[in-house]
Design a protein around this ligand. Structure first.
Ligand SMILES: [Zn+2]
Length: 68
């Protein structure tokens, strides 16, 4: 069964992400700054508005978009 691509983008508060309170949309594992593969520092605005994540458990990739 194909992966639901709509899960590949989650919107979270930056503070929740920095405290690793964001759950992987595929398996629920908590992810945080140490799971970032690419922070979008190259694109305005600064600080980064989003980060690319790889889940440490199932290796799924998704984007975390910061709402605050
Ligand atoms: Zn996962």
């Amino acid at each position: 069964m194909p992966v639901d691509v709509s899960k590949r983008r989650v919107s979270v508060a930056r503070a929740d992400f920095l405290d690793s309170r964001v759950a992987c949309p595929f398996c629920g594992t908590k992810v945080g700054p140490r799971h970032v593969t690419r922070e979008h520092l190259d694109v305005p605005p600064n600080p980064a508005y989003a980060a690319s994540i790889v889940c440490p458990k199932d290796k799924e990739q998704f984007e975390v978009v910061f709402t605050t």
